[in-house]
Design a protein around this ligand. Structure first.
Ligand code: 26Q
Length: 826
């Protein structure tokens, strides 16, 4: 079809055409006229309008990739936390002024409309958001890429707080329809589960295996466009939805067994129903294994389909595709790829393995032993019997290789084996992903070093050249331009706008760091953002906070290793000292928390309660309430994050050293001019190196000190006994000062700290306290603070996900940009 035949007004970007399209969509798609339309109708009408403008570029992108058949990245991730699409799409297209104008002409406001969009919460936290930042950068850098994942019907639960406790509500994000996805019923694959394997010799005398699954589920593709920033490239996020196979219930249905027929249908569709809300350990849930295999099986079939469609030869797999595993959640994909190549496409093992090893790479995101994914052999044998055989064969070959190099080292064999035999028999997914990958990377320097030295040490000894580091990055489009328009304008007015695609050019701000006029403007921007956040806090939690105070923020999943309780213990300490008349010079602070706890994580839930009870006491105490105010913003997600980063003065990154793989919130804060108080953990170390030690509040044990304490005999109770301040904090808590005299409420938490303190909260307490004093002193010197704030932004451009993706492209994927022709309406 000629472009001319497509209605130009549907894709033209002048305000008149946009208004025309908008009214058209409101009428013909939403079946409404403006006088009776709801906010949601307006949102959907604008979403359709913007989507139309993405589609022609999307189709152009797809057809260019098809014609050129260049190497594409397939990013496999069980999670994507994209955040709302509408405003980002408007920004990418560069049509915001026209849209604002068109909406204003109808008496509507773009910000009210974008606020209507429910965000797709298809992830837990850092890992899912990283995947979304990487898709943004891939499209912006014009790299052919497809993100593959699961279309969960219910994403991460919605958090509400009742009586100071977290309550989880279902996330019904698809309730009002999703204009950003295009169902592709014709792109569907069958996925088998259970059953048996048959080993036989075929007509030509070859040994063959066939898997006969006991049941099948159908995966249907739903595609979401991923626009690049100010380029015509629109890539693809393909999420799989589980449906019953057409044949699912005929037998049962025909003999009148309706109930069984319906049960089977429901069981099939359960697979993509809900995201598991755990972001660390989780043992042995069958449905989770089924989810992982389901999306990998659909994805690998899709990749082979695309390959065969393009050139008809499987040998070209590594030339045409780079498959990236976002943690081990998609690791079963390598086994599925082996199965299809060998059992279905008749390839020899060695050839299949060579292709896998040249195509697949693996990013690790955790070192915590309890968070490393393992699956009971027994469970895999039930759900994926053929895959277990292939895993055994991969393992046999691995162990043979190790044995040849190091004969008689049984301890080494036990350590490196894909099967952990220590507590029952479990498949180590990190070992599977590692043995199958061309490259293995960690997500910050320290993390990658620990990965090599500890978790994957034996693999590193075998082939060190496969290991590398790629420090995480974040997209400046969403976390600066969209989230912080005032800062964006100020920067544009000062150094131009080249920084939006080359973030290291923020360095040009350095020469302005001491300029009084610029400092004043910088301060005004921050104040404006704080006023806006103050309103949000008031609306969502009823707490009034003063924008003139120091906004001190800890926003992230609630975890013991992230140590929200270190923060709150220090707040208690401050409170008690203020009651005793100390800290008269201390600046007033707004202490902001936000974050979800895994529903079954008892201690994390107690920490949420603790934050709330301390907040109640402090906020209602007239002796201190003009000096400190505590707020917990419920339901932390991408949308609320976008409001918090721009308004923060202080970013709390206080995990126990060696435990946070990287962190990415730390980067978003620094880029928005917050100063960090943090430990030498994850990417904090690299942030500090870049911003300079005088612009970073450092405290706490180093990773090696933590390791030594663990190896030695750390006695947390001694910390308590020897530290006067700490003792009064713990005693106040134990006496029920924050629980209306109920001394039992926080007893388990206290006992845990005094007896074990696995995360060295008590050990780091006094250093943290001293460091917080430095924060006060710096804040009391506003020129010094503002200068440090400007330098944080100026020196953190390196943490752009564009830099990270360029490193992946050059060092891991070996892919280059494929520019797309601009499709213009005349
Ligand atoms: C595994 C098995 C079963 C159920 C759930 C899971 C599961 C799900 C999500 C395990 C882990 C996650 C998420 C992990 C995560 O978000 N890790 C974070 O990744 C970020 C991006 O690299 C880092 O910045 C953080 O340091 C790291 O904690």
């Amino acid at each position: 079809m000629k472009k001319k035949q497509i209605s130009d007004y549907r894709i033209a970007s002048d305000a008149d055409s946009i208004r025309h399209s908008f009214l058209d969509n409101l009428y013909f798609v939403q079946a409404r006229f403006p006088e009776v339309a709801s906010h949601n109708d307006f949102y959907l009408a604008l979403a359709w309008t913007v989507r139309d403008r993405l589609l022609s570029n999307w189709i152009e992108t797809a057809s260019t990739y098809y014609r050129q058949a260049s190497r594409s990245v397939c990013y496999l991730s069980a999670e994507y936390l994209t955040g709302p699409h509408l405003h980002n799409a408007v920004l990418s297209l560069g049509v915001e002024p026209q849209i604002r104008h068109a909406m204003a002409g109808l008496g509507l406001d773009l910000d009210d409309i974008t606020a209507q969009e429910p965000e797709p919460g298809l992830g837990n936290g850092g890992l899912g958001r990283l995947a979304a930042c990487y898709l943004d950068s891939l499209a912006t850098l014009q790299i052919p890429a497809i993100g593959y994942g699961i279309r969960y019907e219910f994403g991460i639960f919605e958090q509400v707080i009742r009586h100071g406790r977290q309550v989880e509500l279902a996330d019904m994000w698809l309730r009002s329809g999703n204009p950003w996805e295009i169902p592709r019923p014709e792109i569907n694959f069958e996925v088998g589960f259970g059953g048996t394997t048959k080993h036989y010799t075929d007509e030509s005398g070859r040994y063959r295996v066939r898997w006969q699954p006991q049941r099948h589920v159908k995966g249907v593709a739903y595609d979401t466009p991923i626009p690049g920033y100010r380029v015509p490239t629109v890539n693809l996020l393909r999420l799989w939805n589980a449906q019953a196979c057409e044949s699912f219930n005929l037998g049962a249905f025909n003999v009148g067994d309706y109930e069984r027929a319906v049960e089977e249908k429901i069981a099939s569709e359960t697979i993509s129903k809900v995201l598991y809300p755990n972001d660390e350990p989780m043992q042995g849930k069958r449905l989770r294994l089924e989810q992982e295999y389901f999306f990998c099986a659909c994805t690998i079939q899709d990749i082979l389909r695309l390959l065969l469609q393009q050139n008809g030869s499987l040998d070209l797999l590594p030339e045409k595709f780079a498959i990236q595993l976002n943690d081990t959640h998609p690791a079963i994909a390598v086994v599925e790829l082996m199965r299809l190549l060998i059992d279905v496409h008749d390839m020899a093992w060695d050839e299949a393995w060579r292709l896998v090893r040249k195509t697949v790479s693996y990013t690790n995101h955790t070192l915590l032993p309890e968070a490393l994914e393992t699956w009971p052999v027994e469970l895999i044998s039930e759900v994926l019997p053929r895959h277990l055989e292939i895993i055994y064969e991969i393992n046999r070959r691995l162990l043979e290789k190790v044995r040849t190099r190091s004969p008689d080292d049984d301890a080494l064999l036990a350590r490196i084996s894909l099967i952990d035999e220590r507590y029952g028999r479990n498949v180590r997914m990190a070992h599977l992903a590692t043995v199958a990958s061309q490259h293995i990377n960690g997500v910050a320097n320290l993390h990658s070093r620990l990965l090599r030295d500890r978790v994957l040490r034996d693999f590193h000894t075998l082939d060190p050249e496969r290991f590398t580091n790629i420090t995480n990055g974040v997209t400046p489009r969403r976390f600066m331009i969209l989230a912080n328009p005032a800062l964006t304008s100020l920067i544009n007015d000062t150094i131009g706008d080249a920084w939006t695609r080359d973030l290291e050019r923020l360095q040009e701000l350095e020469e302005w760091a001491d300029n009084p006029g610029f400092q004043g403007a910088w301060r005004e921007v921050k104040l404006g953002n704080k006023q806006a956040l103050a309103q949000t806090i008031f609306k969502t939690s009823g707490i009034e906070v003063d924008p003139a105070t120091l906004f001190d923020c800890q926003i992230k999943r609630i975890h013991e290793y992230k140590r929200q309780h270190l923060n709150i213990l220090h707040i208690i300490c401050r409170y008690l000292e203020m009651k005793r008349g100390l800290h008269t010079d201390a600046p007033a602070r707004t202490l902001l928390f936000a974050g979800k706890s895994a529903p079954g994580y008892y201690t994390a839930k107690v920490i949420i309660e603790l934050i709330h009870t301390v907040a109640d006491t402090v906020n209602s105490d007239p002796d201190v309430s003009d000096k400190m105010r505590i707020a917990f913003l419920p339901n932390f997600n991408v949308s609320s994050a976008e409001k918090i980063y721009p308004a923060a003065d202080l970013s709390q990154q206080i995990s126990t050293a060696g435990m946070e793989a990287s962190g990415t919130g730390n980067m978003k804060f620094a880029l928005n001019g917050a100063l960090t108080i943090g430990t030498l953990d994850g990417a904090n170390i690299e942030i500090r190196q870049r911003v300079g030690k005088e612009n970073f509040f450092l405290f706490g044990l180093t990773e090696s000190e933590v390791a030594n304490r663990r190896a030695g005999d750390y006695r947390p109770r001694e910390r308590y006994l020897n530290d006067q301040q700490l003792r009064s904090v713990i005693d106040a808590l134990a006496d029920g000062l924050f629980s209306s005299g109920d001394s039992t409420r926080f007893r388990p938490l206290i006992d845990n700290l005094l007896q074990h303190d696995h995360f060295f909260v008590l050990e780091d307490f006094s250093a943290y306290r001293a460091c917080q004093q430095q924060v006060d002193d710096t804040w009391n010197d506003p020129t010094k603070w503002i200068r440090a704030s400007i330098l944080n932004t100026a020196r953190c451009g390196w943490f752009s996900s564009d830099r990270a993706i360029k490193e992946y492209c050059e060092r891991i994927w070996r892919v280059s940009p494929v520019p797309i022709k601009q499709n213009t309406a005349t």
